[in-house]
Design a protein around this ligand. Structure first.
Ligand SMILES: [Fe+2]
Length: 198
């Protein structure tokens, strides 16, 4: 595996490598990418299993797994453009509605989700530094209240990813309740709508 110095030399062109060496580097990077993807899939499976085990509603309901997956996918699209924190947005997708007890008015479900996120951390299901955990918890706690505002791009991205999935209820997302510029674009609206027709 290349050292950081070798990577820098390679990037700035101060070190020239033979074709054979470049192939070796490419193979190393490929292996590293596969390990990282594998680790992500293992931790993702563990997370979803832990959440499903305690979910009180039908897993296929409007606040169930399809919604979590949609929020994660919309979130990934937004994160690429807003530069929000991927980990926080991804965890928000799977936790924010995980403690709902009914499909209608359940004003405390966000607070319960925030508590649950802290429990998942204590149990080692998720790993997050304090500053990211605080953002995740704030986003969960306040996601259902569009009166609450935040100037943090990661929290805004979490809320927009959730609100763009209003399409699943047959409702067009209301731009007045979206926070980031990218979420208000036609492209984001159309993309999030398509997820519900797959
Ligand atoms: Fe939601």
């Amino acid at each position: 595996m290349l050292s950081i110095k070798q990577c820098r030399d390679l990037i700035d062109g101060s070190e020239k490598y033979s074709d054979e060496k470049i192939k070796e580097i490419r193979d190393d990077l490929q292996t590293l990418a596969e390990i990282t993807i594998e680790q992500f899939l293992v931790s993702q499976r563990r997370l979803v299993e832990a959440i499903k085990k305690e979910f009180k509603l039908d897993i296929n309901s409007i606040h169930g797994i399809k919604h979590w997956n949609n929020v994660a996918r919309i979130g990934s699209y937004l994160v690429e453009r807003t530069k929000a924190d991927f980990e926080v947005v991804h965890l928000f997708a799977y936790t924010h509605d995980s403690k709902r007890e009914n499909e209608n008015a359940d004003p405390e479900h966000g607070s319960r989700a925030a508590l649950f996120a802290r429990e998942l951390l204590q149990k080692g299901v998720i790993k997050l530094p304090d500053n990211k955990l605080d953002k995740l918890c704030f986003a969960c706690e306040n996601h259902a209240n569009s009166e609450v505002k935040s100037d943090d791009i990661t929290i805004q991205t979490c809320w927009d990813a959730d609100r763009l999935d209003f399409w699943r209820l047959g409702i067009m997302p209301d731009k007045r309740h979206l926070n980031t510029d990218i979420a208000k674009t036609q492209e984001a609206l159309e993309l999030s709508r398509e997820f519900n027709y797959e």
